[in-house]
Design a protein around this ligand. Structure first.
Ligand code: KG4
Ligand code: ZN
Length: 348
C-alpha cells in the first residue's frame, strides 16, 4: 500500500511517500525556521501563509519523482491535529484536492500518533510498545498494548521539554529554536550548577516549569550582580537534569507496564545526551528492543504520518473520503474514539 502523506501542523511543510507503513520512498520537508527565528518563535499567521507558498514547490518535486504517475498512490494521509489551525488547514486542503482528483481514500492522522509510530521506519513495532514523545509542544509517555490501543500514561503538567529548551535558550540570548544550540553547548561545559530535579506525586507525570524557573533565576542573578556566567556550564547542568528526568520516567514506566519495545520520538529525540542515555538504558534492558528514529524522522515530518496512516487504515478499513476539519487541540483518546465511531458508521 503506497500512502502519500502530508504534515503541516506547525512550521514545516512535509510530503512523503510511504510504502506498507515501514519504508519511506520519498520525502521533502520545507522548514520555515529561518523566517520564525527573526521573531524568536513561531508566528501562526505567518506559518500558514508560508505553507501556501511551499506546498506547490514540494508537489512539483513529488510529481517529478512519480513521473506524473499519481495513480500509483493508494491513499492520501494528512495531519488533522494537534497543531496550529491555519497551518493544519493548508495541509488538509491540499490533501482533499489530491484525494478528490485521484478518487482515493483520505486518512486523517493524529500528529502525536505519527511521532509515536515513527520508529516503525527503523524496526518493526513490537507490542506492547512504549513511546516517549518529546517535542516542542508535547512530553508524553504513550503505551500501546496493540496497534489499536493507545493510552497516554504520563504527560507534562506544564511546559513541554522542547518549549523549556527554547525558553532557556531565549533567556541566554541564543537563537530560535534553542534546543539544538543548548545541546551543542552542553557538550562543551561542566555540570557546575545544581538545578532541582522535578518532584511529582504521580510517578509518570512530568513537570519542567520549576527547572525552567531555577535556570532563569541563576541567569537573572548573574545579570543583576554583573557576574559573567559560563553558558556552556548552564547548558550542561540543565540538560543533565532534563535527561535524567526523562530516562527516569521511562524506567518507571517499564517497571509498571509489560513492554517489549521502547521508542524515543519527537524533535527533542535529536538531543545527543538523551540519545546516549537512552541507549545506555537499552543495554540495561537487553531483552527489550529500544529504537530511536533517524534524525530526519525525529522532528516534524510527513513520513511518520504515512506510517501512522497505514496502521490506522488497517484499524478502520476505511475507503470513504471524509469531510475533514482541523482539530488544533485533539487528544489521542478523542482521536481514537472518533476513528472507532467512524469505523462503526462505515461498517453499517
Ligand atoms: O517535534 P518537533 O520538530 O516539533 C514539534 O512538534 O514541536 O520539535 C521541535 C522542538 C523544539 O523545541 C526544538 O528546540 C527541539 O525540538 N529540539 C531539540 C533538539 N533538536 C530539536 N531539543 C534539544 N536538543 C536537540 N538536539
Ligand atoms: Zn511534532
Amino acid at each position: 500500500m503506497l500512502i502519500l502523506a502530508i504534515e503541516s501542523s506547525c512550521d514545516e511543510f512535509s510530503l512523503a511517500l510511504v510504502e506498507n507503513g515501514n519504508t519511506c520512498l520519498f520525502m521533502e520537508t520545507l522548514s520555515q525556521i529561518d523566517i520564525h527565528a527573526n521573531y524568536g518563535g513561531v508566528i501562526p499567521e505567518l506559518a500558514s501563509r508560508e505553507h501556501t507558498k511551499y506546498f506547490s514547490i514540494v508537489l512539483e518535486k513529488l510529481d517529478n519523482f512519480l513521473n506524473s504517475n499519481w495513480r500509483e498512490v493508494d491513499a492520501i494521509a494528512v495531519t488533522i491535529g494537534p497543531g496550529l489551525s491555519g497551518s493544519l488547514l493548508v495541509g488538509i486542503q491540499v490533501a482533499k484536492v489530491i484525494a478528490t482528483m485521484l478518487n482515493k481514500p483520505l486518512i486523517p492522522v493524529h500528529h502525536i500518533l505519527g511521532h509515536v509510530l515513527s520508529p516503525n521506519l527503523s524496526a518493526e513495532l513490537q507490542f506492547p510498545y512504549l513511546a516517549l514523545v518529546v517535542s516542542g509542544g508535547h512530553t508524553e509517555l504513550v503505551y500501546c498494548r496493540d496497534v489499536n490501543t493507545f493510552e497516554t500514561i504520563g504527560a507534562t503538567r506544564d511546559d513541554a521539554v522542547g518549549e523549556v529548551y527554547d525558553k532557556v535558550a531565549k533567556k541566554l540570548g541564543l537563537a530560535y529554536p534553542g534546543g539544538p544550540i543548548i545541546d551543542q553547548l552542553a557538550q562543551q561545559g561542566e555540570r557546575t550548577f545544581s538545578f532541582p530535579k522535578p518532584k511529582m506525586a504521580d510517578p509518570l507525570a512530568f513537570s519542567f516549569s520549576g527547572l525552567k524557573s531555577a535556570v532563569i533565576n541563576v541567569i537573572n542573578n548573574a545579570t543583576n550582580r554583573r557576574e559573567q556566567i559560563v553558558i556552556e556550564d548552564v547548558a550542561t547542568s540543565f540538560q543533565a537534569v532534563v535527561v535524567e528526568e526523562l530516562v527516569d520516567k521511562v524506567e518507571r514506566a517499564i517497571a509498571m507496564y509489560e513492554v517489549k519495545m521502547v521508542g524515543l520520538c519527537g524533535g527533542v529525540s535529536a538531543n545527543r545526551s538523551l540519545r546516549t542515555a537512552f541507549l545506555e538504558l537499552a543495554s540495561k534492558h537487553d531483552q527489550k528492543l529500544f529504537v530511536i528514529p533517524e534524525l530526519k524522522y525525529c522532528g516534524d515530518n510527513a513520513a511518520m504520518i504515512g506510517v501512522a496512516a497505514y496502521h490506522l487504515s488497517r484499524i478502520t478499513n476505511r475507503t470513504q473520503k471524509t469531510k475533514l476539519e482541523c482539530y488544533p487541540n485533539i487528544s489521542i483518546t478523542d482521536f481514537m474514539e472518533f476513528e472507532n465511531m467512524r469505523k462503526e458508521r462505515d461498517e453499517r
